[in-house]
Design a protein around this ligand. Structure first.
Ligand code: PMP
Length: 522
């Protein structure tokens, strides 16, 4: 029996339910997506996944942002087949191979100029988190310093060092800095002023001899926070981080695990601001749907010794072939530009939706990395404690996002379509924080929208502070029609959750359409 076939039982429905039942009885309590997405994928192509129950889903989770070209793209399958048919070894540790050579050529062709011209690459064990660990080890070795700077709301992975640098976890060796954002700006101002204050705080920690913070080995930043709730860093703020670190010989590490390969509308998200980091951490889409993780860095940092960072599975030939094919296809077909243009149009439509529904606090994004933050409207708003209760409910429902610890940063709008105007007004982005600050997060609404999406055959991700952000990470090559279909289903789901009379567990008062008589998309 082929592994993709259902086991023989009385009916396909019974077989399908059996698989789900066995999963929940045998797999770990730490499983995540499997809880909120109880489906059994058996076939997939592009944006579409087919479940064992025969249902088809539009997949905007895309392997947590790994599938730049969607599922099973022909160029990816062809690349994998050609390695299999060639008789080349599949396991080679870190030995040189023609496949690795071609992958490295293709990757370097896309890098920021300095790294492309004189960068080094370390192939890591295949998860993003291992590449993050490698980056930390690299900068610690090169600088002889120990501490790290990282940002509120960050997510860098699940191994010890990466977790400590993530916003939801304490880390003895990590100094936490504010990441700019408009809607939940901790300085209460948002916009350029919020970003300026966030940068000023970082500068003062670095320069005040009594700040209690020693010069770190490195600073790690996501150019767009993904798990943190889709927060694009303002370009000016990121340039300022580059200036501050360069002037103090602090290596700047850009974590592009999720933002890379065209996702945000530039091939690498650092391209929006034009900065050149000292280290880039790359994974997810670079493997063309198979596991692959690397760091690329300035040659001057290459001070570590043979074996300082090793791992058995650093030579996945199929992933390198699939990754090279993906990088080439994205580059040759201008898919970063396509992501910018289509993402901008999707944001526009979502912002119009946000104007209809009070339950949407903000819509934001960069390229095809889009987030919709759900809130509780004022008359139904609970206390912060209630929002946290609901966040736990969201976590139980399978979100992988971890609530951030500590203060959140203020931010400013980036040029173009990347973020909406700030200053607390934010026309068209939902609604600004207003005089009294942002509305309480509503993870229960976000979970409900995710479930309503699933009922309508649409798979979306959750993330953000309190898990209240519905996230879209569609493949970069989706058509305009597919994007419309995604948004139609999402709008229906929002209407089902937020329209008058709807009931969300734990939320007594439903949101109403903002303007009397506003058409419900349902
Ligand atoms: N960095 C970022 C920015 C990520 O989004 C992720 C995963 N979501 C990681 C690191 C960790 O990657 P992995 O899950 O492959 O370890």
């Amino acid at each position: 029996m082929a592994l993709t076939q259902l086991p023989p039982t009385a009916s396909p429905a019974a077989a399908y339910e059996g698989i789900l039942r066995r999963q929940s009885s045998r797999e770990s309590a730490a499983r995540t997506y499997a809880r909120s997405l109880p489906i059994v994928p058996v076939r997939a192509r592009g944006l579409t996944i087919e479940g064992a129950d025969g249902r088809r889903y539009l997949d905007c989770l895309s392997g947590a942002g790994s599938l730049a070209l969607g599922h099973n793209h022909p160029v990816v399958l062809e690349a994998i087949r050609s390695v299999l048919d060639s008789g080349a070894p599949l396991h080679v540790l870190d030995l040189a191979t023609p496949v690795k050579d071609a992958f490295t050529d293709e990757l370097f062709a896309t890098l920021p100029r300095g790294l492309a011209a004189a960068g080094r690459i370390q192939f890591c064990s295949p998860a993003g988190t291992d590449a993050v660990e490698a980056a930390f080890k690299l900068v610690r070795t090169a600088t002889g310093r120990d501490g790290l700077m990282a940002f509120t709301g960050a997510y860098h992975g699940m191994t010890e060092g990466a977790l400590a640098a993530s916003g939801g976890a304490p880390g003895d060796r990590v100094t936490r800095l504010p990441y700019p954002q408009d809607y939940r700006c901790p300085f209460g101002v948002g916009g350029e002023n919020g970003a300026r204050l966030a940068a000023r705080w970082t500068e003062s920690l670095l320069d005040d001899p009594k700040s209690g913070v020693r010069r770190p080995a490195g600073m790690i930043v996501e150019p767009v926070q993904g798990e943190g709730g889709v927060l694009p860093a303002p370009d000016g703020w990121l340039r300022r981080m580059r200036e501050l670190t360069a002037a103090r010989s602090i290596p700047l590490i850009a974590d592009e695990v999720q933002t890379g390969v065209g996702r945000t509308g530039a091939f690498w998200a650092v391209g929006h601001s034009g900065i050149e980091p000292d280290v880039m951490v790359l994974s997810k889409a670079i493997g063309g749907s198979l596991p692959l993780a690397v760091i690329v860095y300035r040659e001057a940092l290459d001070a570590w010794q043979p074996g300082d960072h090793a791992g058995t599975f650093r030579g996945n030939q199929l992933a390198m072939a699939a990754g090279a094919a993906t990088l080439r296809y994205v580059r040759e077909n201008g898919l970063a530009g396509r992501a910018a243009a289509l993402g901008g149009r999707m944001l526009d439509r979502l912002r119009r939706l946000a104007e209809e529904y009070d339950c949407i606090g903000e819509v934001r994004g960069a390229g095809l990395m889009i987030g919709i933050e759900f809130v509780e409207r004022e008359d139904g708003a609970g206390s912060v404690a209630r929002a946290e209760d609901a966040a736990e409910a969201g976590d139980e429902a399978g979100s992988t996002a971890r609530p951030a610890a500590g203060p959140e940063g203020g931010g400013g709008p980036a040029p173009g379509t990347r973020v909406g105007p700030a200053d607390g007004a934010q026309p068209g982005t939902g609604r600004g924080p207003g005089a009294d600050g942002p509305l309480p997060a509503s993870p229960a609404r976000a979970v409900a929208v995710q479930q309503e999406c699933l009922r309508r055959g649409l798979i979306v991700e959750l993330g953000g502070r309190h898990s209240c952000v519905v996230r879209l990470l569609p493949p970069l090559n989706i058509t305009d029609e597919q994007a419309e279909a995604v948004l139609d289903r999402l709008a229906d789901a929002v209407a089902a959750v937020c329209r008058p009379g709807s009931r969300i567990p734990g939320i007594p008062a439903p949101s109403t359409p903002k303007e009397a008589g506003a058409a419900s998309p349902a």
